[in-house]
Design a binder for this molecule. Structure first.
Ligand SMILES: *Cc1c(COP(=O)(O)O)cnc(C)c1O
Length: 357
């Protein structure tokens, strides 16, 4: 049976990327060796690394003065690596949910971490706006897409202090004005690659200002100097990421992705708003294009198990909502085709017919 992959992460990837990776696992670049067994210092892999960095820069239109790094450790390691390298005295965090809070917790090991705004009062169903940013912050940290709660910043905010963003779950889903950020990071397993590689885009002149000593592996300058090859990089996920980036480019780039993502999200949100059995959880203006959260309508909570089973029978995978939100979450990352969103919409419509007889 055809499966529709709405997993939140690790998540759907372009079929072409998966097929090319499968071939490379068997024979990489005609070397007669598996991609899994070659040296990261081989010229063949160095070419992959160089192309992946170049594609990242091209697709996001990354300006001069920024460096792109591919590291291990996941976005969660960036929660401490960022303050290690950038927090001298005080940093600000916008609390938009679980990941933002985890990031803030790590910053407290290095200095003062203040919550400048929070959406916790309404279970993180919105993005705080119009708050004052203290001028004495070393940086302000935001989470541009809140994977669990289904909220997203739809613009690159103006910020009077250096802006740091966790873009784990919306990187390359929309155009970003990188010049507004000091640092952008994320795990690749939501929208780009299998788990194992973490991207960091850093403005180089932000670095080298800390009074504390920084261990070699934690210091971004190490990885800049060595082209992300100070130690063994995650070879396989980087390869798959290159394939994903090639796929994005072949479709017309990030602007095109954005248009498709908007169309996909519109299709599903329209059904959520129309269908009397379901309601969306995030406020409309902050609804995520990547993680679409909805719950049974008030009084219809008993339908949860029934819809879950109904959807499962039709091949819907990964639509269980996070326990902090409940209900359902459909992740609609770049590689998810609009036809799959349509299949979920049809499933919701058929379920409504079944329930209403
Ligand atoms: C998944 C996720 C993380 C955690 O990523 P890891 O790579 O597992 O550490 C952090 N931030 C956001 C926004 C996420 O979606």
């Amino acid at each position: 049976m055809k499966k529709y992959n709405f997993n939140a992460g690790p998540a759907v990837l372009p079929q072409a990327a998966i097929e090319n990776a499968a071939k490379a696992v068997l024979d990489f670049d005609g070397m007669g060796l598996s991609l899994l067994t070659i040296s990261h210092r081989s010229k063949e892999f160095e070419a992959v690394m160089d192309e992946t960095v170049a594609l990242f820069k091209e697709l996001l239109a990354i300006p001069e003065g920024y460096r792109v790094l591919f590291l291990g450790g996941g976005a969660s390691s960036q929660f401490y690596m960022v303050p290690f390298n950038l927090l001298e005295k005080k940093a600000g965090y916008v609390n938009t949910g679980v990941w933002a809070k985890k990031a803030m917790k790590e910053a407290k090991f290095f200095g003062e971490a203040v919550e400048v705004a929070s959406s916790e009062d309404r279970n993180n169903t919105y993005i705080p706006k119009g708050f004052a940013v203290p001028k004495d912050l070393d940086y302000l940290h935001i989470t541009t897409n809140n994977t669990i709660f289904g909220t997203e910043y739809h613009t690159d905010i103006d910020c009077p202090v250096p802006l740091v963003a966790d873009m784990s779950s919306d990187i390359l889903s929309r155009p970003v004005d990188v010049s507004k950020y000091a640092l952008i990071y994320g795990g690749a397993q939501k929208n780009l690659a299998p788990a194992g590689v973490t991207f960091v885009i850093v403005k180089e002149d932000m670095l080298g200002k800390m009074s504390r000593p920084i261990p070699t592996m934690i210091d971004y300058r190490t990885h800049i100097k060595e082209g992300s090859m100070f130690n063994t990089p995650p070879v396989f996920p980087i390869y798959v990421m290159r394939e994903t980036l090639r796929w994005i480019k072949s479709l017309g780039g990030v602007q095109k992705m954005y248009e498709i993502n908007k169309a996909k999200a519109r299709l599903l949100y329209e059904e959520i708003d129309r269908n009397p059995l379901f309601v969306g959880t995030a406020v409309k203006e902050d609804r995520s294009l990547m993680n679409i959260c909805f719950v049974p309508a008030p009084g219809r909570e008993n339908l949860y198990d029934e819809f879950f089973a109904f959807a499962k029978e039709r091949g819907m995978v990964g639509i269980k909502g996070h326990r902090l939100v409940g209900g359902f979450r459909a992740s609609t990352y770049n590689a998810l085709p609009i036809e799959d969103v349509q299949a979920l919409v049809t499933c919701m419509q058929d379920f409504e017919k079944k329930v209403n007889g």
